[in-house]
Design a protein around this ligand. Sequence first.
Ligand code: ADE
Length: 224
Amino acid sequence: MRIDIITVLPELMESPFKASILKRAMEKGVVEVHFHQLREWGIGKHRQVDDEPYGGGAGMVMMVEPIDQCISELKSQREYDEIIYLTPDGETLNQKIANTLSIKENLIFLCGHYKGIDQRVRELHITKEISIGDFVLTGGELAACVLADSVIRLIPGVLNDEQSALTDSFQDNLLSPPIYTRPEEYKGLSVPKVLLSGHAQAIEDWRYDQAVEITQNKRPDLLK
Ligand code: ADE
């Protein structure tokens, strides 16, 4: 997979890709992430990328031309499966969206800033709009990192034990059951006996029952 990320703040985004699982995925060549500083397509000697809104109002708007030029250049080099704009008015990210994106070849993530982007960018290029939740961030960069993380970890070969993605919370609309590691007892709190029993079927049944109960208590909406 190749992800091209268009942003005015690439430096805000680099560290998540330099550690742990994402770093390993990049080293293995399973995923390539390319950052594009939008100002390189900015206008005039100040490399302007934003301007005042027509009709007045607070805040600046990201201009259509630099974004169009940048995306058009990328599109002339390869075909993209999706061109995604990170925005609070997009579809809310969930595991199903992450699963769908994890089997794509080429993605563009566009990070907005200020009041947002000129509407014509959406009309010209954007194929999908994604929000990471009903709150407003200072820009799309952190949302793009969240989206990239949720997608990249699902690409086959990224997680060592592929099972661990299959048993994630949400993968079957259930939250995960409780998990424990050593010691068997801590401050009077014991690990459930069944987990020490070595009885695989009993453990699987217990985990399933716990997952259903926890989902019922915390997120009943998932069971509907
Ligand atoms: N940009 C600003 N807020 C955002 C959000 N909640 N999700 C995605 N992009 C955003």
